[in-house]
Each structure stands twice: as structure tokens, then as C-alpha cells.
Design a protein around this ligand. Sequence first.
Ligand code: GLN
Length: 550
Amino acid sequence: MTKHIFVTGGVVSSLGKGLTSASVGMLLEQRGLRVRMQKLDPYINVDPGTMSPYQHGEVYVLDDGSETDLDLGHYERFTNGPLTRDSNYTTGQIYLSVINKERRGEFLGKTVQVIPHITNEIKACIHKLRGDDVDVVITEVGGTVGDIESLPFMEAIRQFSLDVGKENCLYMHLTLVPYLKAAGELKTKPTQHSVGQLREIGIQPDILICRTERSISREDREKIALFCNVPLEAVIEEKDKDFSIYEVPLSLVDNKLDEQICKKLGLPLGRLNIDPWRDLLHRLRNPREEIGIAVVGKYAEHRDAYKSIYESLDHAGLHNHAQVRIQRIQAEEVEREGPERLLSGYDGILIPGGFGERGIEGKVESIRFARERQIPFFGICLGMQCAAIEFARNVIGLGGAHSTEFSKDTPHPVICLLDEQKTITDMGGTMRLGTQPAKLEPGSHAANSYGTTKIDERHRHRYEFNNVYRQQFTAHGMQFSGTSPDGSLVEILELPSHPWFLAVQFHPEFKSKPIKAHPLFAAFIAAAVERHKSRGSERGKVLEQQPVDG
Ligand code: GLN
């Protein structure tokens, strides 16, 4: 019998519901349970694929090509259950499906309404994750209790427990317990109000996770328990972690959250195997080197725009016993200030994926700098396309080389539209998406990093390397070390003459985990550590040559 955990949030957004849900999933898996994760998003976009990173942060792509919320990235990094397009539903998708059914006449003349038609559709989406091989489904509802747009989801999860039995459902609510400086104390009232709102809808939370900057006293926990109608032990403190997000699951274990969940749902309490996470934190606390990586993207101010890339760099740092200091640099700033001033101090340069022309020349300049100065370089998707543009212009001498995405009538379209894309006009869900196989050139950096010549990686792009230019690139020293199995699409470019210059058309950042860094990120950071060490010894030599006083 599959059990259900529903996670809601109150008081404010950005409480870290995704991370907490992922942590709960991880703890239950580490107790031997089979877990599936799901996110319900109340916005009307059918998926986040058409949203700007300013609105929504990164779009996280799954194996099956669905473009999903970035919380699914947390789920995949923390847990091992498969994620598919059933793992993320939006209001837009729900309505689209209901309206399509109405058009097909499936409602047999009835008036189609939010209750029961929309709520039934939502419940059906939750049901899809149940199965003989699933012990627990964790469904996180986006937004904050009290939002108009999340009401149908709240109503659906309330009804759900009537359908499958109250004993099979657990409601977990995340709230904020803010510290008021002027009063010098923590305040429990916002939590009381937010739980009050949930109870008005008919949901009595079983467990409250209280996000807070400071420790909550027993007295305050008792107050919350009384006013919110939950047992004292179910009021769980989740204090801000100033060190690392990897501390979150450990602090939840300390507060016995996993034990309470198993007890409430009647799940077997297997032995918890949390040692790999403790090791991870130990490594994190004891780095042998500290290196600097510049991520030159369109957005520098927005932390979530390249979320999985930053996470993957951290994983690769852990793998190499190095602390990675990530500097977000806006590509347009490189255009204004020049790469010398902005990029000289770093041990590696990474150019992430993206869309639109803004900052492209800054990215191309950054790549030139990395290539000429022998700085480890990693290009991802648009980053690979920019590497091709840079090489064409500055090494082969193809002046004005460009991608037709940005210059329709460039004399040298080294990046152009995929054939299958030429007749497509819709923007949503129409790119080359999801996992595709590729073959690697034996002996290349790519093949050596992966330790194999056959890989599967996730894609999200419309444009590709133009094969007309392959011969000229090779003649000037570029290696096409990865292609689609039939050789028709370029997947990886690398420069054998450079310490580490590698660019990929796919998105390796979606397959990196804290405990299992992605091989290309691991190799990139290893190269950056090498550079850091050799620069250290160069600096050492300079110091040795200085006359010593006295
Ligand atoms: N804009 C480019 C394309 O569509 C790159 C996409 C990306 O970086 N994800 O091909």
C-alpha cells in the first residue's frame, strides 16, 4: 500500500520546501523505503520551459525531456527514485488536460467545474505515482497557503486522504518563525495564522517544520503545538544552515522527523544509513585546496539561474577535496571591462547554457581568454556554441562567424538550426529535449573522464554545430570528441593542445549528485586544482627570488 506525504508552505515563499522535501525523501530511502517525489506548481504556464530565469530560476530537464521546476533538481540530487513527466504538474497542465477532455465531449454534457473536475484531475496526477513498487509518494505543493491560485491543489490533497484513508496520508507544513530584533524574541503568531488558514481549508497538519534563524525554546514549541493542534514532538525546528545545505537532512534526523513519519504512516523503521552524508560534510569541512571558478553567464545577480551548475561545481569540488569559490560574472560586464581585469584571478572558466543575444560577445571574449591563457574551460550548450564561434573567428580566421540564432545572415553560420527545428513555430516543449546517446573518441579528455565511449546525456537546444565547418575545425586542431551515435550531430568539442578545454552540447549538470560528481565536472575541477597548484608554485618561486629582510 503506497503512503502519501503532502508538503505545504506558509507565511512566506522561499522557505526551502523543495530542499526539505528532498531531504525527507532521502532519509526515507536511506531507511530502505522506495520513494517517489512530485511537485505541483500553481502557475498557469504549462511548464516552466517558457519562463525567464528571472521569474523562475533554471528549467530542470528530466531524462524523458520534460522541462520542470528546479525543485526537481533537489529531488534528483538527494534521492534515487525515477523522475518523469508525472513528477511535475502545473495548473496550466491540469486545465489543458481538462479542457481537452471537455472538447472531446468526455464530460457527457455536464458543467465542468473546479470541484470536482479540476480537483479530480489533480488527484489523478497524484495517483499516477502509486504502485506496488512504491512505499511513499512525497507531493510538494508550490506557493504559500492562502494564495488564490493554490486553492484547487489544497482542496485536492484534502480530498485525497478521504479517498485513500487518513492513516495513509501525512501532512507536513513548513512555516517561518521569525526573530524580531526590536522585541528581542522569536514570534510564533505567523505560524499560528498559517496553520489556521490550512485548517480552514480542512487540512490539519501532522508535522510542522519551523524554519528559523535562532533556536526555538521549548516554551515556544509548546505554544505552537497548542495553538496549531499538533503534538509537541511534531513541532520540528529547522534552523538556517550557514555552512551547507547538506546539513539539512542531518538536522532533521536529529529532530527525529524520519522516525515520526514512519510511525505515523505505519511504515517499517529500517536502519538509517546516513554515513555517506556524514562523510560528505566531513570532506566539505576539510578541503585541501581552495580554487576560484568564474561562471560567465547572462545573469550574474540571480542565484537560481544556473542552479544545477553551481551545485555540480560543488559536487566536483567535494570529489577533488577542494573548496570551489564560485564567482558569478555577467557576460556584458566582460564586454565593458575586458576579460583581463575580470577573469585573470581564476583557476577555471565556465560558460553555461542560455538563450538570446545579450552578453554573447562577452562570452566569446571570455572563451578566447581561457583558450589563449591555457585556463581550464568548460562550455555547456550555448557555452559550446560560443566556443565554436570563438574558434572560427580567432583561430580559423572566419570573420563574422556566428550562430544563426543571433545573426541570420552571418557569412559563416558555424551554429545553425537543427533540421527538425526548421518548420517549428511553437516555443513550448519543442526543442531537442531529454536524454540522447552519444559516442566518444577513445583517448580524448571526454572519454578518459567518463571512463567509457558510450554515454547518455540530457539535451535542451534548437541549434547545433554546422557540419559544413567540421573539416576546417579539425584542420586547425579542434577535436570532435563526442557525436551522436551515427556521427551526424556534434556533442563535444575539445582542444587536445590545451590543459582542459572542453565544451558540450548537452547539460551534464542535470546528472551530478553530491555523492557522485559528474565525470566532466570532476575532471574540469581536477584541471582547475592542477592550475591552482602550479600557479601556487610559480608564486612560490617569485617569493623565493625576493630578497629577504635581515
Ligand atoms: N540557445 C541555444 C539553442 O537553442 C542554446 C540552448 C541552451 O544553452 N540550453 O541551441
